[in-house]
Write a protein that binds this ligand. Sequence first.
Ligand SMILES: C[S@@+](CC[C@H](N)C(=O)[O-])C[C@H]1O[C@@H](n2cnc3c(N)ncnc32)[C@H](O)[C@@H]1O
Length: 442
Amino acid sequence: MKLKDLPKDSLPRERFLAKGPDALSKSELLAIVLGSGIQGKNVQELAKQIIQKSGKNFLSITLDDLRKIAGVGHAKALQIVAAISLVKRFYQEGGSSSQTAFPFSRKEETFSQLQNRRYIGNKYKLADWIFSILEKECDGDSFTDIFAGTGVMAARAAARFKNVILNDFLHSNHAVYKAFFDKGDWDKEKINSTIQEYNRINGKDLPDSYFSRNFGGKYFSRSSARIIGFVRDDIEKRKSDLTEREYYVLITSLLYAIDKIANTVGHYDAYFKKTLVDDTFAMRSLLPIQVEDVEIYREDANILAKKIHTDVVYIDPPYNSRQYSRFYHLLETLTKWDKPKLYGAALKPIEENMSDYCRSTAKDKLAELVRDIDARFLVVSYNNTYASKSSSSLNKITHEEIERILSEKGKTKVFEKNYRHFNAGNTDFNNHKEFLFVTKTR
Ligand SMILES: C[S@@+](CC[C@H](N)C(=O)[O-])C[C@H]1O[C@@H](n2cnc3c(N)ncnc32)[C@H](O)[C@@H]1O
């Protein structure tokens, strides 16, 4: 039936104007966003079909999911995903404490978003500032986040650049990128029901195993540690029935869940002797990042730098002697699941992925990376903890050394912002500044 044949008061726009948005069903609201139908299907029928097919996964629907629905072309798919992304952006920018910016109860959230984890040196709160500079100073189609950490900068770049490259040498970060950014197929219904199954497990019903024997009663309660170990074993058992994307979504969902109940300040260099956290194990599905074209690597940044071509490279290396692979060893162990022998009070495995950027070699490594990378713009983040009382917080490269290294490639502008970041207790934060160096290469 054509829309003009329907009585006027049953049309979505008219009902919206007469009764307001709350009176409309989800498919009627979607019909307004779509504006028009397609050959043989009016806009209401099309909207209804999309809502039915996406079910509860509407907010994480992708362009590919939509294009699989008969009659949904590129333009309509883009309209829907852009509308969802816009709402998500406002939600994200509302900040973690703001309930007023977007009035949804966080308790009812069923998805984890990329930035919902604790990670030293992550730039989530600095992203607006960094991108406001980047927008003015750089152009091009491709963006490389070569020390991507959480990936929050790459996620920001995904809204502006066609091609996004992410790299970090940690296994756990790589799993997170594969889950949130990759293009592979992912059956949302299947993953949700697996997650719900895991969330119903009671740790008291499970025997001890590798994870609970090592980490139970320390980084996690014994009961949660049993669940975590059981779930990770189960993901491995199911691997042959999962697509690569599904495998990484489940692992990432587990990594995000344990961050909420880990008995730590946010990393795994030590745990609290007394349990302080809410111990409710709850995995969630993920809100994927929409990106036109993505490449994901797990390589040493200096090796990758020799292989890629990019318009903008964002360089955010570690600033001091704290090794990320040691701070996040537990996430690495859980991701690789090779059940290594563990050592010391912090229960760390033998060393892997020790960064030269955390050593006195840092400035030579940065010089090598800057020399080797084929990029039109180099954007470097660094901060000024030069006066720290704690030797592990002391910066490895001086401001002048960074300027000198970058001057080999082109003209550099330096931007600065007062900012307070992770503090283990001994660092003097008076006059703490975050710097951004932007070099346009010759
Ligand atoms: C300061 S953090 C990056 C934070 C990131 N910009 C964010 O917003 O989450 C530095 C990252 O570099 C990674 N890393 C350190 N040395 C590396 C190397 N040689 N090659 C690749 N990644 C490295 C660490 O694992 C860490 O995640």
